[in-house]
Design a protein around this ligand. Structure first.
Ligand code: 3PG
Ligand code: MG
Length: 407
């Protein structure tokens, strides 16, 4: 992968007015109206107190999607940033109207201003194939002339060709993109072998395709499949995993049945599937075999101890381990065990074997934080879907825009 952009480090930012498009989309407790955990805000904070400390910084970002319950304004995020950086952060409930323009014009070096949820602008979320259409939006036309530089650093949303991500006439890459690509580039180009990919959680077909691409480009040695990806494979091979499991993957299975079967046949020596699963037996873990899943007809929310052992044996043999999606529904106590054991094994592989261990996707990163192990793996990415697309060999729209609109 060729990284071809102008970085924020290549220009002088001191005394300048800088707009940064970041991804601080967060998990919000809507009853308490507070941000639950904000790894993306924590990742952003150090640069605000370092590289950007002497600039007038305008932060542009999104929260959730229109119509979703957590589609809020950005005032909570502004407060959270204030806590992280230890100095005042301004917020305007406006994106590019009179109030926002006034606040941007008055902003001085050393000050930070957060604009409102950019997805309130109806032109934001179109999938801009043609970046010049994004450039023509009111958002870009109004904001771009007001600042010296635009830094696009929304790595977690880099797979979205949205106006605020691909529309600026000139763009610089930011610190999070620099850091993430620094780690992920190694995995994409020449990973230390053996390499294992641990695939769990939702988005089964996307994860299956990322696995397929990495096998076909001969970079991957093992795929440790759990969660819905395992259900998808088992059902493609003719097993019935019970209705609660089946219904979630039914559409993807129908559309990709042959491809899944053929891919499995081709790489089956290296695709490790569960041999036991867990169901919730009135709050207790009941271990079942794969063949029993049909009769129990319940959500199989975790992998069983024999599977965990198989996975850990492979993790301890590998030099690169990349996890996307937890092996169990760890939010539920009864299904948490394997996720913690796998995270422990990744931490041990990092320490003992000097393996490069990377966790992507919000949930598994949160699980690592909950287990107090976030600092014991090599890297926790701020991206889930974007990382998956990158690992599937696609050039992300944000990276393409940074390349085409560099200085
Ligand atoms: C995310 O949290 O996955 C990113 O911010 C992208 O959000 P989206 O999936 O709603 O586009
Ligand atoms: Mg998401």
């Amino acid at each position: 992968m060729k990284i071809d952009y102008t970085s924020y480090k290549d220009v002088k930012l001191k005394g300048k007015k800088v707009l940064i498009r970041v991804d601080i989309n967060s998990n919000i407790d809507m009853e308490k109206m507070e941000i639950r955990d904000s790894p993306r805000i924590r990742a952003l904070a150090p640069a605000l107190n370092d590289y950007f400390k002497k600039s007038a910084v305008i932060i542009l970002a999104h929260q959730s999607r229109p119509g979703d319950p957590d589609f809020t304004d950005m005032s909570l995020h502004a407060k959270e940033i204030e806590k992280e950086i230890g100095r005042p952060v301004k917020f305007v409930k406006d994106i590019f109207g009179a109030e926002a323009i006034k606040a941007i014009k008055e902003l001085k070096p050393g000050e930070v201003l957060v604009l409102d949820n950019v997805r309130k602008f109806e032109g934001e979320m179109k999938n801009y194939k043609n970046f010049s259409d994004a450039e023509a939006t009111e958002l870009v036309q109004k904001l771009f002339p007001l600042v010296d530089y635009v830094i696009v650093d929304a790595f977690g949303a880099a797979h979205r060709a949205h106006a605020s991500i691909v529309g600026w006439p000139k763009m610089l890459a930011g610190p999070i993109t620099d850091e993430e690509l620094g780690v992920l580039k190694k995995i994409i180009d020449v990973p230390d072998r053996p390499m294992a990919m641990l695939i769990g959680g939702a988005k089964a077909i996307d994860k299956f395709k990322a696995m397929k691409y990495n096998f076909e480009s001969d970079k991957l040695d093992y795929a440790l499949c759990s969660g819905l990806t395992a259900v998808l494979i088992f059902e493609a091979l003719g097993k019935n995993m019970g209705e609660p499991n089946h219904k979630i993957i039914a559409k993807d299975l129908e559309e990709n049945h042959t491809m899944i079967k053929e891919t499995y046949e081709k790489f089956k020596e290296r695709i490790i599937l569960p041999v036991d699963l867990v169901i919730d037996d009135n709050g207790n873990r009941k271990i079942i075999t794969i063949d029993e899943a049909e009769a129990y007809n319940m959500t199989t929310g975790d992998i069983g101890p024999q599977t965990v052992k198989k996975f850990i044996d492979i993790i301890m043999k590998c030099k690169t381990i990349i996890a996307n999606g937890p092996p169990g529904i760890f939010e539920k106590e009864v299904f948490r065990e394997s996720t913690n054991e796998i995270i422990d094994a990744m931490a041990e592989a990092t320490k003992k074997n000097h393996a490069l261990t990377v966790i992507g996707g919000g949930e598994m990163g949160a699980a690592a934080s909950m287990a107090g192990k976030a600092d014991e793996v090599s890297f926790i990415s701020t991206a889930g879907g974007a990382m998956l697309e990158l690992l599937s060999g696609h050039e992300l729209p944000m990276i393409k825009a940074l390349r085409e609109k560099k200085f």
